[in-house]
Write a protein that binds this ligand. Structure first.
Ligand SMILES: [Zn+2]
Length: 132
């Protein structure tokens, strides 16, 4: 069900921006989804199409995946999550439970397992286009 809550949040945020920018009609909305976020894109798209208000009726929703970025708490190094370095099963576990990442991933620079996920979680509005 959380795709519906996400769709609602996206539309609310997009409406606020549209209002601020004085856009009468929205043409394009780009949404980014962190690759660690569990989102059924099909359901999200359906929810968006059902929930969108009149000013969004001709809007295209673009959904893009955002790479996961880790930041080491010890040395400050940042690096991107690359799935092919891990076996499939581990990668799936990490997608399912981001917290599990700490058991498998270490900083490539200093070897510390103490890192945070800097990017790759959550859903956010990347851009919105429309006409005034
Ligand atoms: Zn480090």
């Amino acid at each position: 069900m959380h795709e519906w809550a996400l769709a609602e949040a996206v539309i609310t945020a997009a409406q606020q921006i549209a209002e601020k920018e004085k856009l009468r009609e929205i043409k394009e909305v780009t949404i980014k989804i962190g690759e660690l976020q569990q989102v059924e894109e099909e359901i999200l798209r359906f929810a968006l199409s059902q929930l969108k208000p009149a000013s969004f009726k001709n809007a295209d929703f673009h959904i893009e995946k955002a790479k996961t970025k880790f930041k080491c708490r010890v040395c400050g190094n940042t690096w991107l999550f690359t799935k092919n370095k891990l076996d499939e099963e581990t990668a799936e576990a990490i997608h399912f439970v981001p917290e599990v990442a700490h058991a498998y991933i270490k900083c490539p620079k200093c070897g510390s397992p103490d890192f945070e996920i800097a990017e790759g979680r959550g859903v956010w509005l990347e851009s919105i286009k429309g006409v005034r």
